[in-house]
Design a protein around this ligand. Structure first.
Ligand code: FPP
Ligand code: MG
Length: 461
């Protein structure tokens, strides 16, 4: 019988970890400390954006914000914002800092744009409230968030613009919406050490709450009043869905997946398009293997996996990092590197997540561990094993659905050093992300980003 004890895997991971020590040992050990005030107010600020007129909707949409999450996405945005503020203002003239960016303390000595925009702050509406509130505007139904309190003074003092701070909140709202949906899709039972939203409420409520968070995030995005940022963030929402779809229907490993749907173990045929509406598959769809030799198949599977990983995880990190740079007015080289930083860090983050799925226990992870194989998902560790042993292709193709498949796959991963190879892959992206940060001026916030990047690689949960 194959051993499924996590101990041998844990040992393998520990051995792999010894290969990778954080390279930039910093004098501080907590990147949170640099933006601690913003981070500690994050949940409260978000709660101001998500109040609704329905008490149960309020409970389900705030549910995941009540428990301590990693908050890595807003942390990246805030630390980048602070790092970008170290660039001299005369080099940050790509966009003019407008009146919405300037608090009473006027931290920026440059001249704010005189452009007159509707509303006075990122909390004000663009459309008349009578339209946004719909019927019965002032009584019980109160579908829009109330303006927040005046932005705190420390925002002005530490260089993080109000729009960047709002960006951090938006990113966490979008991420939380995806978690509510993801837990329904994965039939998860726990998240952040508590019953997941689908269990604590219902599938229907979890989905609706996710949609509601997206709606509120979209309002907040519009109020940033920056078309480039609106485009970036709206695209991430589409990317997240595309990534999840790629995970649901792996058309590289299983070409028949294009025409069938697995509905809780029952196979259904996908309806044929009527032809009335032209469907367009974009050119960024990955190439399917043309030859069916082993190497081509494995390469196509890795390409598919990385593309899915970008869409599912790295898109939000990269595009929000880019948005933080756009809002700072930095030059295009800086903006491009911020984007690449978020992309490389996001890929590293998800690859490590996929590795931890093999090694963590539920209690350490705060969510179901060792779930991917049971869900039929072929992530990097098993793909590396497949590269060595072509016969693993059968297991992958049948999504580890037969008795003993999951245990067999774990054994193959162990024997082929799949976890160590996965960690090496994550390490490459980690190093690229560190390189991208070098375009930013040296500062505590840049060091904090370097520390954070290294800890993504060495994290245990
Ligand atoms: C977690 O993956 C899931 C994501 C990072 C993205 C999920 C995206 C969707 C459900 C699409 C719907 C999107 C929107 C915009 C609402 P995981 O299952 O690998 O991680 P986990 O172990 O934390 O569950
Ligand atoms: Mg999941």
């Amino acid at each position: 019988m194959v051993s499924t004890q996590p101990s041998s895997f844990t040992a393998a991971v520990e051995a792999a970890e010894k290969l990778v020590q954080p390279q930039n040992s910093q004098s501080f050990s907590d990147p949170f400390s640099i933006v601690s005030h913003e981070m500690s107010n994050l949940a409260k600020s978000i709660s101001n954006l998500i109040g609704s007129g329905h008490p149960v909707l309020n409970r389900v949409s705030s549910y995941y914000f009540e428990a301590e999450g990693k908050n890595v996405r807003p942390l990246i945005v805030l630390l980048l914002a602070k790092s970008l503020s170290q660039i001299p203002l005369e080099q940050r003239n790509r966009i003019k800092i407008d009146s919405l960016d300037v608090t009473d303390q006027k931290p920026f000595s440059g001249t704010p744009s005189q452009t007159v925009v509707a509303g006075k702050s990122v909390d004000d509406s663009l459309s008349p409230l009578s339209i946004l509130y719909g019927i019965n505007p002032k009584v019980i139904l109160d579908p829009l968030s109330k303006p927040m309190d005046r932005l705190p003074e420390f925002d002005a003092m530490n260089g993080i613009l109000p729009k960047q701070r709002r960006l951090a909140e938006i990113v966490e709202m979008i991420h939380t919406a995806t978690l509510l949906h993801d837990d329904v899709i994965d039939s998860s039972d726990s998240r952040r050490g508590r019953p997941s939203g689908n269990i604590a409420f219902t599938n229907k409520m979890a989905i609706l709450a996710g949609d509601f968070l997206l709606g509120r995030a979209s309002v907040a995005i519009a109020r940033l009043r920056n078309p480039e940022v609106i485009e970036l963030l709206s695209t991430t929402i589409a990317n997240l869905v595309e990534g999840e779809f790629m995970q649901l229907k792996n058309t590289v490993i299983d070409p028949a997946a294009e025409n069938s749907i697995d509905n809780d173990g029952e196979s259904k045929t996908v309806p044929e398009p009527s032809g009335k509406v032209p469907t367009k598959t974009h050119e960024y769809t990955v190439t399917k293997p043309v030859d069916f030799d082993h190497e081509t198949n494995v390469n196509a599977a890795f390409e598919y996996y990385l593309h899915k990983t970008y869409l599912k995880t790295a898109s939000l990190m990269s595009k929000s990092s880019r948005a933080a740079a756009v809002l700072s007015g930095a030059q295009s080289d800086i903006i491009d590197n911020c984007y690449e930083f978020g992309r490389n860090l996001g890929l590293c983050f998800q690859i490590v997540d996929d590795m931890l799925d093999y090694t963590s226990s539920d209690s350490a992870f705060g969510k179901p561990s060792q779930a991917d194989l049971k869900l039929g998902l072929a992530t990097a560790p098993i793909l590396f094993a497949w590269k060595e042993r072509p016969e693993i292709g059968d297991l992958i193709a049948r999504k580890f659905s037969q008795e003993g498949d999951v245990e067999l796959a774990r054994k193959q991963v162990e024997e082929c050093d799949g976890l160590e190879k996965t960690r090496e892959m994550a390490k490459l992206y980690c190093q690229k992300a560190l390189d991208n940060l070098r375009v930013l001026p040296e500062s505590d916030s840049r060091s904090a980003l370097e520390f954070l990047t290294n800890s993504v690689l060495t994290r245990k949960k």
